[in-house]
Design a protein around this ligand. Sequence first.
Ligand SMILES: C[S@@+](CC[C@H](N)C(=O)[O-])C[C@H]1O[C@@H](n2cnc3c(N)ncnc32)[C@H](O)[C@@H]1O
Length: 276
Amino acid sequence: MLPTSSGNGYHNNSSSSNKRFRGGVKRNSRFGNESSNSRVSNSMEEKQSSSSQSPPCTDFDMAYFQSYSHVGIHEEMIKDRVRTDTYKAAIMHHQKYIQGKVVVDVGCGTGILSIFCAHAGAKRVYAVDASEIAVQANEVVKANNLTDKVIVLHGRVEDVEIEEEVDVIISEWMGYMLLYESMLGSVITARDRWLKPGGLILPSHATLYMAPVTHADRYSESIDFWRNVYGIDMSAMMPLAKQCAFEEPSVETITGENVLTWPIVVMTPPFRAELQ
Ligand SMILES: C[S@@+](CC[C@H](N)C(=O)[O-])C[C@H]1O[C@@H](n2cnc3c(N)ncnc32)[C@H](O)[C@@H]1O
């Protein structure tokens, strides 16, 4: 999900093969959660990335991660019951693939999906997030007595080190219009770095549909509005109002009656075979 405040989260450097992140500012910075897994440093201090392979972290990326340090976006995501319950149900549905297995949660946020996986019986969950929200995730893990299972890694998926292969990757990477946050590239990076052959990716498929819609009330509120403003004919504003309305994405709940034709499939992002 994309934070709703303006100007954050949108990584538009899609021409780059690395999609979103270009540089290492954090590497293997883990919170001391007394886990027995000593392969990961428990230093609170961030280490500068020594990897020349990870893409540099741009100012844009920093602003993106900063936007995820705010509680509001996490509250909104978690309160979205369709989203959160669907992940929980998918985890339980795949419990036999998770039980006793090693999981990485790409972009763990508050740690909720990592904890669902731990409850489903995962042997170990690496909860990775580059935002400061990882500090809170670590506290949540401690408060739930899961420090022996859930290891919070504060850093980018592109930079942190996990010194074992994983059986499962879970991630809530979908942005508006599916790809808006360009986070899928980071899931693919995690897959290529750590996933065992034949391992599970949740979710493993996605389909983007598109359909033309009409919204007469919305048109009236934003465009027709200018016809008569306090008795003044301001219809000269209408071309600009239309231009602005069509330039900006708008996230709204509409009814089936607003949809003009059957949706068509626009794309199905390649997760697995196509990219291997
Ligand atoms: C849509 S939120 C999902 C949070 C959480 N998994 C949930 O379901 O509530 C995406 C999270 O991924 C993190 N993130 C995005 N790209 C990342 C990357 N390359 N490395 C580490 N964290 C990343 C963001 O900071 C953000 O907290």
